[in-house]
Design a protein around this ligand. Structure first.
Ligand code: URA
Length: 194
């Protein structure tokens, strides 16, 4: 099925019953930010706060993400389009199952093809595994650009550490996960402007 625009995609997602997660969802979590953004950030899945509000990254991890975006000079509302690998909350915040990701993949593909970002930020290992070689370790390849991924021409993919992980890592020393993430976001911002 092909979609004309983001509204059409969202309308379809709102009615989606392709996997059992529709039974327990309070809200579909489709996207946030700007449809015209050069940078798209893909997270794992909605948590409890996101399920309540119908928006990605609005809970504790989202608040930390906002802090890092601000420090890197990335405007969440204007420079970024945010989505997740799946649009409905998995119970107990478990990782999305393979079947759930597969059922939701066409929507994420449609979002990418409509927004046409220059850069896709793969936020955390789950998002990274949806696009890059599953053998890669996020701690090794975060901050690296990957091209010619899954037939997406002209889009640079870059994994970063997930803010839920950073919530447990408090150091900001040089080389710490928080320091590396800020540097990755600054690199993303610079590359998006070129
Ligand atoms: N974590 C994610 O990966 N996505 C969200 O939307 C919220 C938390």
């Amino acid at each position: 099925m092909s979609f004309e625009n983001l509204k059409d995609i969202e309308k379809e997602v709102q009615q989606c019953k392709s996997c059992p997660l529709y039974i327990s969802r309070n809200n579909v979590v489709f996207s946030d930010g700007s449809n015209k953004a050069k940078i798209m950030l893909i997270g794992e899945a909605p948590g409890a706060d996101e399920d309540k509000q119908g928006k990605p990254f609005v809970g504790r991890a989202g608040k930390l993400l906002n802090e890092f975006l601000k420090l890197a000079g990335i405007n969440r509302n204007e420079d970024l389009y945010i989505a997740n690998t799946i649009k409905c909350r998995p119970p107990e915040n478990r990782k999305p199952a393979k079947e759930e990701k597969a059922a939701c993949e066409r929507f994420l593909q449609a979002q990418i093809n409509t927004v046409k970002p220059k850069i896709i930020v793969l936020c955390g290992a789950t998002a990274m595994e949806s696009f890059l070689d599953k053998k890669l370790k996020i701690s090794k390849v975060r901050g690296e650009f990957f091209e010619n991924i899954k037939g997406y021409e002209g889009i640079k993919f870059i994994p970063i550490l997930h803010p839920s992980y950073l919530l447990r890592q408090h150091s900001t020393e040089t080389g710490s996960p928080r320091d590396l993430t800020l540097k990755d976001l600054i690199k993303i911002k610079k590359t998006a402007l070129i």
